[in-house]
Design a protein around this ligand. Structure first.
Ligand code: BES
Ligand code: MN
Ligand code: MN
Length: 465
């Protein structure tokens, strides 16, 4: 197939272009980077045009813009909508990076003998969505593009995709397609290629516990009024029982339970528990009783404190009984939990368990529903066929613990099957220092995406007849 030759011949430039994109610090969460986020949007638009789309535009929103571009080759042909995000997570803590997060370097590692690109956003999601731009270029240049393509690359995924939600609702005609293809997830390994068939939902809360109206001397007042940090810790500790189940009343009401057959299937995926523990430097795993690690991450809901603060955390010792304590708490959700209902249940429960000695404020942040991808669709079969040809292996369906809240919206509003064809690895350190993306993953991904297009067109054609 000359697509492979095209990719091989152009791979240095494909890498250079990605490196240029990674140099732009498009951190959506931090207002300091506002202009850089806008610059990244322009970069994406220009590269779409250079790669051969008919039209590309920057669609302004109340927040960061959405880059939209399309190439219609034949109005009778199937249309593939590509979704990705050009925004990235903040890079802190900077001191833990071996090289600056926005000065990409390619280094060889044990896992990546052909090299990996180290930079914030390399795997999540610049390196992944950019594979689509280059697969598109290759198909077009080699005369292999037989599907229409629509690109929708947003700049607010890492902060909750609020404006994309509106954009999708308001542009249903423009976004009309036969499938939505997303590369923003992981695979087990290049030896064990997998397709993600489920993502968890999310409900993210911030809580504030107030004791006395000001910080007090912990000797003069200690023991006579509630310490909000002590209380907050107690409250948080009570959110799990001894089996590590979440104690919020009604929390599990909507949770879909899976039968033994499904669970057995899920647990067949290659997974080395000892290696998992070794890599994380933990003696033992920890989680809900009665479930394997794969299940705990893939099909069970969780509650985690993401951050907790209050009182004195400076040098030395200061005796103080603080007035306030805070925590950020996230819950990963599974089908059919509704993130708004869960946020409500959390708030009610958290208020209910607070002793009268403190006041509690609960503020919900963003959330999103879990998503499940059917495996009997043309899109899934095309993904399987593409992986079979590119890797010579059968794709393993996996359920991942992360969240892409917009996936469920594509299903609901646009009625599309989402195909989660990601090429990252769990070891890529996304959202963490030294994020990286394998050069081999990048190039293999481009090839697999081109094959997806080929099979999606073929299978759609066959289904019509
Ligand atoms: N690409 C990730 C989601 C992901 C990571 C899926 C790994 C599967 C495997 C995405 O950019 C992300 O970070 N999502 C956030 C939620 C979002 C609302 C901030 C998450 O999962 O925490
Ligand atoms: Mn992502
Ligand atoms: Mn992310």
């Amino acid at each position: 197939m000359s697509i492979q030759r095209y990719i091989a011949a152009n791979s240095p430039r494909f890498l250079d272009e990605l490196v240029a994109l990674l140099r732009i610090p498009s951190v959506s969460a931090d207002p300091k980077y506002k202009e850089d986020v806008a610059r990244a949007a322009h970069f994406v638009k220009e590269k779409l045009l250079a790669s051969g789309v008919d039209t590309a535009e920057i669609c302004e929103t109340a927040g960061f813009p959405i880059v939209y571009g399309e190439k219609i080759v034949d109005t009778e042909a199937p249309t593939i909508l590509i979704y990705g995000h050009y925004d990235v997570q903040p890079a802190d803590p900077l001191e833990l990076w071996d090289s600056p997060p926005f000065e990409p370097v390619i280094k060889k590692t044990d896992l990546h003998p052909e090299g990996a690109i180290f930079a914030r956003g390399s795997a999540d999601d610049k390196g992944q969505f950019y594979m689509h731009v280059k697969a598109f270029e290759a198909m077009l240049a080699e005369g292999y593009l037989h599907c229409n393509v629509k690109f929708m690359i947003e700049g607010e995924e890492e902060v909750g995709s609020e404006n994309l939600d509106r954009f999708v609702q308001q542009n249903q005609e423009k976004l009309k397609a036969d499938v939505v293809l997303i590369s923003d997830t992981s695979m087990i390994s290049l030896e064990h290629p997998s397709v993600t068939v489920g993502l968890r939902g999310l409900a993210y809360m911030q809580v504030q516990v107030t004791g006395p109206n000001k910080d007090l001397h912990s000797g003069t007042f200690g023991g006579s009024v509630a310490n909000p940090i002590n209380i907050l810790c107690k409250m948080i500790a009570s959110l799990h029982d001894e089996d590590n189940r979440i104690t919020i009343p009604g929390f599990y009401d909507q949770v879909q339970e899976y039968d033994a057959e499904y669970r057995e299937q899920l647990n067949k995926a290659p997974f080395d528990l000892d290696e998992f523990k070794r890599k994380l430097d933990v003696e033992e795993t920890y989680g809900e009783k009665g479930y394997s690690t794969i299940e705990r991450v893939g099909i069970r809901p969780t509650l985690d404190v993401n951050g907790i603060w209050g009182g004195y955390i400076g040098e030395g010792a200061k005796t103080v009984l603080p007035s306030k304590a805070y925590a950020k708490i996230s819950m990963r959700l599974v089908p059919d939990q509704d993130h708004k209902r869960i946020a409500q249940l959390f708030e009610q429960h958290f208020q209910a368990i607070a002793p009268p000695a403190v006041k509690v404020k609960v503020v919900p942040h963003h959330g999103g529903q879990a998503a499940v991808v059917p495996t009997d669709s043309i899109g899934y079969k095309a993904a399987e066929a593409a992986i079979q040809e590119a890797f010579g292996k059968k794709a393993i369906p996996t359920r991942e613990g992360g969240s892409i809240p917009i996936t469920a919206l594509f299903q609901k509003v646009l009625g599309l099957d989402p195909i989660l064809l990601g090429f990252g690895l769990d070891t890529d350190a996304i959202h963490s220092p030294n994020e990286h993306y394998g050069v081999a993953n990048y190039l293999k991904g481009i090839e697999t995406i081109a094959l997806f297009f080929k099979y999606f067109q073929q299978l759609s054609q066959e289904a019509k007849q």
